[in-house]
Every structure is written in C-alpha cells, then in structure tokens.
Design a protein around this ligand. Structure first.
Ligand SMILES: *[C@@H]1O[C@H](CO)[C@@H](O)[C@H](O)[C@H]1NC(C)=O
Ligand SMILES: *[C@@H]1O[C@H](CO)[C@@H](O)[C@H](O)[C@H]1NC(C)=O
Ligand SMILES: *[C@@H]1O[C@H](CO)[C@@H](O)[C@H](O)[C@H]1NC(C)=O
Ligand SMILES: *[C@@H]1O[C@H](CO)[C@@H](O)[C@H](O)[C@H]1NC(C)=O
Ligand SMILES: *[C@@H]1O[C@H](CO)[C@@H](O)[C@H](O)[C@H]1NC(C)=O
Ligand SMILES: *[C@@H]1O[C@H](CO)[C@@H](O)[C@H](O)[C@H]1NC(C)=O
Ligand SMILES: *[C@@H]1O[C@H](CO)[C@@H](O)[C@H](O)[C@H]1NC(C)=O
Ligand SMILES: *[C@@H]1O[C@H](CO)[C@@H](O)[C@H](O)[C@H]1NC(C)=O
Ligand SMILES: *[C@@H]1O[C@H](CO)[C@@H](O)[C@H](O)[C@H]1NC(C)=O
Length: 641
C-alpha cells in the first residue's frame, strides 16, 4: 500500500539517503536485539546526544521520499501491526500517499505507549476522546462496549495522553480557471476500541471519532491505555482539480504533538515596512527576560523559518496553510533549509525596537511591486531540533500575516543595519539613480545623523553633566537620558519614514511635490493644485533629501510627537528645546500622534520600532525650536517646518 511519493524531488538526495540510512541503521540495530518496544526509551536519548539534525534535514523528514528507506526498519520494530495497517513509532512521522476515496490505516500500539509505565498502577476511567483544531465533533467511542478482559489488562497500565497529528504535504491542485474552491481536506478517524481496528467512513460511528483536517493539518489528543487505530481518508475529488492523490505524514506521540499549528487571532509575525521590491517582517520578542546571558544566548539562535506567497497565486497553498510540509512543498518562497527562493530572504536576529529584546527579522527582496503577500511564520521543530525521533520535531505553523509592497515609483526603499541610527529599519525616500543600493542610501542618512549628533554632543558638553548630583539639572533625568532622547528624535526627523505618493491617509504628509519621480514623471498642474503651495508640501523636512537623494514626490509618516516631548523633558533647559503644542502653526506638518491601537495595523506616526500592528490613530503635528543660548542650533540640518 505504500506508494511512491507524488513528486520525485531532490536529485541531490543520494548522499543524504546514505547518511540517513547509516544513521537509522546505527540507531535502530540495538533495538533489533532487544526485539520489542524499547524503541522509545533509547531513540530520543541517542538523538539528543548526536547532532544529527543537519544530516536529517538534508533529507528533511518532510520529504516523502525518505519513507522507503525508513519503512523497513520501522516495520521490523513495530512488527505486529496487521497487514495493511502501518505501525507508528513514538514521534516518528510516517509519510504516505492516499488516493481519493480510499483510507490508509495506522496503529499506535500500547506497547509503544506504555513500555515505561508497565508497573504504574492504573487510573482507569479518565479515557475518552477529545479533539483539537476546530473540526466538527464525531461520536465518542463507547467505553461501555469494551470486554471485561480488556479492563483486566488495563488494570496494570495507566492511561496516558496520546497526541496524534498529521500534515497534508501534497494534494490535488485546484485549476484556477475552473474553481476558486480549496481542495477538499483529508479526514482522520480515530478508534481506541479493539472492535474497530479499521476506522474509516464505513466503520461503526460509535467506535470512532472523526476529525477533519483544517488547512492541511490535524491535531487530536486522547487519553487511553489501549492501542490507537487511525484511518486517514481522502475524499472523492472532482475533476476541477488536477490529480487524485494526497500525500501526508502522520505521527503519534506520548510527549507532545509532532506537528502543530496555532490559529489564534494574534499573528506572530509583524510586518514592519515594505518598499516596491521588498518587505521587512519581525517576530515578537523571543523572551521577556532582560538577563544578559539569556538574551545573548537567544541572539545566537535563529529559531524561525518563514514562507511567503503572492496572494494572486494563493491557490497553490490553499488548504495547506497550517501544514509545514505542505508549505515547504508548495509555498512560493520558503525561507527554510532546502526551501524555494531562499536567496530572496535574509534572516537574522535583532534587538531593535522598544525594550531592546531579541527578535528574529526577515528581509525579503525581489518581490513584485504593488502586490499583496501572505507571510507565514513557522518553527522547524522544537528548540532548534527537528525531524524523526524528536518530540515536536515536525514543525509548528503560525497564523498568516498579510503584507503589501509599495508601487513601482520606487522612491521609497527599506534601509536597515544603520550604524548610528540603529533603530531605523523602514522605508526612506530614495532614488535608484542617485543611490544604487540600500547600503549606500543607509550610509547617506546615517552619516548625516551622526554628524548632527556630534554637534549636539558639543553643545551638551558645555552643560556640566559630570557635576556632583546637587548641581545636576535634574535628579531624575541625566545627560545620558538627554542624549538618548535626542538621538531617537534626531534619527526619526532626519531619516523620514516614506510612503508611496499614491497612498491615501490623512496622517500622511505630502513632500517634495515639485520634483520629478526617479523615472522622470512629474505631477501635473491639476494634481499639484490639490495641495497647498507651501514649503511643507513642496520640499522635504531635511533639505539634503531634495538636493542629494532627489526622490520626487512622496508621503511622510511623521515622527510621533512624544519623541519631541521626551526630548524637552529629558534635556537641560539650557538647551532650550521646545515642542509645539497642538494648534500651533506648522504643527500638523511636523508630528504625528499615537492613538488607540487600530485593527488595520496602520503606522500613524513613526517611532523607533514602529510596525504595522502597534501604532494608534489620529494625528497632529508640531514644531520644535532649536535655540541654544539664543543662537540657532544645527538649523541648516534640521530645519523644521
Ligand atoms: C486535548 O484536546 C482538547 C480538546 O480540543 C484541548 O482542549 C486540550 O487542550 C488538548 N490537550 C492538550 C494537552 O493539548
Ligand atoms: C466516491 O466515489 C466512489 C466511486 O466513484 C463512489 O462509490 C462513492 O459513493 C463516492 N463517495 C462519496 C462520498 O461520494
Ligand atoms: C517587546 O518588549 C517591549 C518591552 O516589554 C515592549 O515594549 C515591546 O512592545 C515588545 N515588542 C514586541 C514586538 O512585542
Ligand atoms: C510576480 O508577478 C509575476 C507575474 O504576475 C508572477 O509570475 C510571479 O510569480 C510574481 N512573483 C512574486 C515573487 O510574487
Ligand atoms: C489577509 O488577506 C486575506 C486574503 O488574501 C484575507 O482573507 C484576510 O482576511 C486578510 N487578513 C487580515 C488580517 O487582514
Ligand atoms: C544586516 O546585518 C546583518 C548582520 O550584520 C546581516 O546578516 C544582514 O545581511 C544585513 N542586512 C542587510 C539588508 O544589509
Ligand atoms: C552597493 O553599491 C556599492 C557601490 O556600487 C558597492 O560597493 C556595494 O557592494 C553595494 N552593496 C550591495 C549590498 O550590493
Ligand atoms: C524617553 O527617552 C528615554 C531615553 O531615550 C527612553 O528611555 C524613554 O523610553 C523615552 N520615553 C518615551 C515615552 O518615549
Ligand atoms: C508656489 O509658489 C511659488 C512662490 O510663491 C511659485 O514660484 C511656485 O511656482 C508655486 N508653485 C506651484 C506649483 O504653484
């Protein structure tokens, strides 16, 4: 019944196969000698000790092709499964094809489950099915119908939670011209009754639980002391789909789900910003701990992988969005080992953003302009370990995040990795004709900010920061605070956050309207007439942008007003920083305001770490006056409007 995989992939797999074969042989041969169910006791320990993750990943556990080499060993160990029923070993995924309208059968035997607990006394009575993942409920199996003899055996065994999970790796593909429907999902039937060893659509519904796959994945747990029988059933598939066969992998575990997904409302991947060819996405803080050694250790890891898909071509992952192997095989871009178009993605760790806690970031390039994408974050196994034998080794998939790219005017470009303005990682006004790549552009902005900051440092040095505490300007805020607040403010003002000129939003400030776009287009008189003819709209806040970068018309996401207020509160009054208040002239064209969190995830104003999730609504602007002892200070650089 074991069919060859749907796709004959990976010509490069021969070496991997040999390594894998060797590893399995060396791992499993001791069990041949023990000849029974000790597998679980020994296998995870060996796997933990040996760093075989890499070798296994070479031929990913998700690769259906690895089954033929693996299966003979597996069958010899598990051995006792009836013909046509495949035995499952703890935490080892079993890849399999299933043709439309048929059912594949599996068993997870109690010997595998209970070898560690033979002596433990029983806790009979708490068994009974339950299911995860939002599928519809099937009839609970009837415990009353079990023979008394079985109760006797069970007396010597405690019940145990068994985690069953499966992922659809390949499925019939919808023909986009004929149907917009997702391919029908597989169904899993679970029985813990010896009377139903072939769960499936035609078996007695009172002895089995029905769990439908959701987006190509299923998670089900049951507490039992019996063998667990599984049927994975493929529905009939209409001819509007290409192909009649599914490929899936199923795993049972007494530790945790081997494959898992999290469909909760909060997306775990945050879209920071995009430009016309790229996008920057970031995870949540990977820890809340501020302990240096903990965060340093996390900074050395890269736990997550990512998949991305143009929503116009979403059909290829429709119905597979919670399946790790489904995404690995079918997503347009897979930022994983052996994934597709990995060169389009750069990933790394960063401490940028509020709290300076570790996060993983993904920087995409080579995307289409004005396109929308789905980004799906995933964990390849647990704690960096993945593959067969590792609890949770099948991967964890999170809910998708939407993001879009900007238009092909191409005058907003993401910059990151700035040395001085290290919190900057967003789109800035750009022009490919003046700055050929993002590194050069980043250096331009960063150098300017750095030099303005040096001027400020000189001014700050004239204030006796190192004086005894009685003479300090404030007991609460120090010169260090002032310098930090100044830096945050300076970087957000000198490195403006750029939006497409065509983007509508009352909080966006049009800039530099009189200049030509990088491709030579200019706004006609009618378009210009819609905007006031003021320096706020006709020029950039930072004149060097207009004269050196020459981006043409763009819109600015204004810096948040609190960056300015923080500056006035943190710095000595001798520096005479002043923030404008709402209603003052120039207010609206200079600052934005955070507000209530908005479902649309708009960035209403820019602050270090701002992303499409956290900012608030509403906006007003402002102005800071730059006076130090009556002398205009750094005026040429930071002429505010
Ligand atoms: C087992 O499944 C039930 C029902 O879906 C769920 O509420 C529970 O959290 C699951 N238990 C574990 C340990 O995952
Ligand atoms: C699936 O197709 C088979 C053969 O064409 C048919 O016998 C069966 O009734 C169909 N099942 C369903 C649920 O339509
Ligand atoms: C990270 O933690 C900081 C401090 O607790 C918090 O302000 C910030 O919003 C968190 N960032 C993310 C992306 O969750
Ligand atoms: C870009 O668009 C083309 C044509 O629509 C499409 O074939 C290609 O897959 C798209 N690429 C990406 C990365 O979205
Ligand atoms: C993301 O885009 C999809 C369409 O591709 C849409 O169905 C879904 O509601 C969007 N999600 C959010 C959170 O906007
Ligand atoms: C940013 O720096 C990190 C580490 O220094 C590097 O891996 C990454 O490629 C850089 N990203 C860009 C876009 O330059
Ligand atoms: C950017 O352009 C400069 C000058 O042409 C070149 O030296 C540098 O390697 C380029 N950087 C990247 C990341 O392409
Ligand atoms: C004000 O600036 C200080 C120093 O940069 C920073 O620690 C603090 O979080 C800032 N406060 C606000 C509200 O931004
Ligand atoms: C804006 O006003 C200036 C001087 O008042 C004038 O020279 C310029 O042509 C005007 N621009 C537009 C687009 O009307």
């Amino acid at each position: 019944m074991k069919l060859s995989p749907l796709q004959s992939r990976l010509a490069a797999s021969l070496l991997g196969s040999v390594i894998l074969l060797f590893i399995y042989f060396s791992l499993f041969s001791p069990q041949f000698a023990l000849a029974d169910d000790r597998l679980k006791q020994t296998l995870p320990i060996l796997l933990d000790d040996l760093d075989i993750t890499l070798a296994l990943e070479g031929r990913s556990s998700l690769d259906p092709e690895y089954e033929p080499e693996f299966a003979p060993f597996d069958r010899s160990i598990i051995g006792r499964a009836p013909a046509g029923v495949t035995g499952l070993a703890n935490n080892v995924p079993m890849p399999m094809n299933v043709a439309a309208g048929t059912t594949q059968l599996f068993v997870f035997e109690k010997g595998t489950i209970f070898e560690r607990e033979q002596e433990t006394l029983e806790l009979r009575g708490e068994d009974g099915g339950s299911h995860a993942g939002m599928p519809r409920a099937g009839p609970e199996r009837s415990t009353a119908a079990e023979p008394a003899e079985e109760h006797h055996i069970a007396k010597r065994q405690s019940s145990k939670m068994i985690y069953i999970s499966a992922n659809t790796c390949e499925q019939p593909q919808p023909n986009p011209d004929k149907t917009t429907m997702d391919p029908p999902q597989l169904t899993m039937f679970v029985s813990t009754s010896p009377k139903n060893q072939s769960p499936g659509p035609s078996a007695d519904p009172n002895t089995q639980v029905v769990v439908e796959f959701v987006e190509g994945a299923v998670m089900y747990n049951t507490t039992t002391s019996d063998d667990v029988f599984l049927g994975i059933h493929a529905p009939n598939v209409s001819s509007t789909f290409t192909g009649q066969t599914y490929n899936f992998q199923v795993a049972a575990s007494s530790d945790e789900y081997f494959h898992s997904y999290n469909a909760q409302a909060d997306a775990d991947l945050i879209w920071v910003d995009s430009d016309s060819q790229g996008a920057l996405l970031i995870t949540h803080n990977l820890t809340d701990s501020t302990d240096e050694s903990t965060t340093d250790q996390i900074m050395r890891t890269q736990p997550y992988v990512m998949f991305a898909q143009n929503t116009q071509e979403e059909w290829s992952i429709k119905g597979l969005k919670y399946s790790y192997c489904g995404l690995q095989n079918n997503a347009q871009i897979a930022a994983t080992k052996n994934g597709k178009f990995t060169s389009m993605v750069t990933t790394g760790m960063t401490r940028r953003g509020p709290g300076n806690l570790p996060k993983q970031q993904f920087y995409f390039s080579g995307l289409n302009a004005s396109a929308s994408y789905l980004g799906i974050l995933a964990l390849n196994g647990d704690a960096g370990k993945s593959g067969p034998g590792v609890a949770g080794g099948g991967g964890h998939v999170y809910r998708a995040t939407n993001f879009t790219t900007k238009s092909d005017h191409g005058n907003c470009q993401i910059v990151l990795n700035l040395t001085f303005c290290d919190q900057v990682a967003y789109s800035v006004p750009s022009n490919p004709n003046t700055f050929a790549n993002s590194t050069l552009l980043a250096t331009f902005y960063d150098t300017q900010a750095q030099s303005a900051y040096s001027d400020f440092e000189k001014a700050l040095a004239q204030i006796s920061c190192e004086a005894p505490s009685t003479q300090l300007y404030s007991l609460v805020r120090t010169c260090t605070d002032c310098a930090a607040a100044y830096k945050s403010w300076l970087c957000s003002v000198l490195v403006p956050r750029c939006e497409d000129f065509g983007t509508d939003g009352s909080w966006l400030q049009p800039r530099n309207l009189a200049q030509a776009f990088p491709n030579g287009d200019v706004l006609d008189a009618a378009a210009l007439a819609q905007f006031p003819n003021t320096s706020a709209t006709m020029t950039s806040r930072n004149p060097m942008i207009d004269s050196v970068v020459r981006p043409g018309p763009y819109k600015e996401v204004l810096p948040c007003e609190d960056l300015c207020y923080n500056l006035t509160q943190s710095c000595p009054s001798a520096l005479s920083f002043n923030c404008p208040r709402p209603g003052m002239v120039g207010f609206e064209t200079s600052y934005g305001r955070r507000g209530k969190q908005d479902e649309n995830g708009e960035v209403y104003c820019n602050y270090p770490g701002a992303a499409h999730v956290f900012s608030g609504a509403g906006r007003i602007g402002g102005m800071v006056s730059w006076v130090l002892g009556g002398v205009a200070f750094v005026g040429a650089l930071v002429e505010l409007l």
